[in-house]
Ligand binder design. Structure first.
Ligand code: BGC
Length: 265
């Protein structure tokens, strides 16, 4: 039996609940999150990203998502977005509609849903989620989370404090943007086998970030972390390296925790 809208209600017991919404190139996903465990309280809902992913169109989807879960008015809402964000404003955007540049996402989202919304970069959200509830939960020190998808997202978390907007996917590699050579989608676009990718551009990229940041732990996320056995063991770096644990939910969980000011904000 499918879940009806009234069954998908988060309107009770809001004390430790926040809603996370993760905006991606193909889908926008959301769910209310239990902030004591990092678990989703309800089955996550997915709405396809509008073909023309303009601020207006994406704002409407954010509103639809909040309505779907019928949230109590005091449930904080966090939105993860694939671009660097300074004080709510998108600085530049690599993989969604270019009209987002200079737009205040915090205002767009708040106007759409009629309540305050916290926004942060998608990789920062995923990294924050992994640091609080996932693969880096037990780790202190410098944690570098890299998400391999259409682009490469990065999150730097030091003793549970997020250093936002690191954008290490745009480091220069071989005279170009690193994510164009080493992201998961680039592997497909270039027709590379897993070992060719891992031993080639991915290793080169990881050697570079390891040298630049000397983290205590690297967590690798994104869709390809599901198939980590195929490529992760081939990588050689000086620090421990581990696949993400929260998988596709990391952005939702991190955005929710961020909105609630959980732990360190
Ligand atoms: C964007 C980042 C984003 C990453 C993953 C990059 O192209 O510049 O802001 O975190 O892709 O979506």
């Amino acid at each position: 039996m499918s879940t009806t809208k009234s069954e998908a209600s988060a309107s009770t017991n809001t004390s430790n609940v926040a809603m996370g919404i993760d905006i991606g190139g193909t889908g926008i996903k959301g769910a209310p999150v239990d902030l004591t465990t990092g678990e989703l309280l309800m089955k996550r809902h997915r709405i396809p990203t509008p073909e023309s992913s303009t601020p207006q169109a994406v704002g409407a989807v954010i509103a639809e998502m909040v309505q779907y879960f019928d949230l109590a008015p005091d449930v904080p809402v966090g939105v993860a977005f694939p671009a660097p964000i300074r004080h709510g404003v998108i600085k530049f955007i690599a993989n969604l509609d270019k009209s987002w540049k200079g737009v205040n996402l915090e205002e767009v989202a708040a106007d759409a849903v009629g309540r305050q919304v916290s926004v942060l970069n998608d990789a920062d959200a995923a990294g924050y989620g992994e640091a609080l509830f996932g693969a880096a939960k037990e780790e202190r020190g410098t944690i570098l989370v890299l998400t391999l998808g259409t682009g490469i997202g990065s999150a730097l978390i030091v003793n549970d404090v997020l250093v936002p907007n690191t954008e290490f996917g745009h480091l220069e590699m071989n005279g170009g943007d690193a994510e164009k050579a080493a992201s998961a989608v680039s592997r497909e676009r270039l027709g590379m086998e897993w070992d060719e990718w891992a031993d080639g551009p991915l290793q080169q990229y990881f050697t570079m970030v390891d040298m630049l940041m000397s983290p205590d732990l690297i967590v690798v996320g994104g869709g390809v972390s599901k198939a980590h056995e195929k490529w992760l063991p081939r990588l050689s770096v000086e620090c421990p390296i581990t696949p993400a644990m929260l998988r596709n939910n990391a952005g939702i969980v991190g955005a929710a925790a961020w909105a609630a000011g959980h732990v360190t904000r």
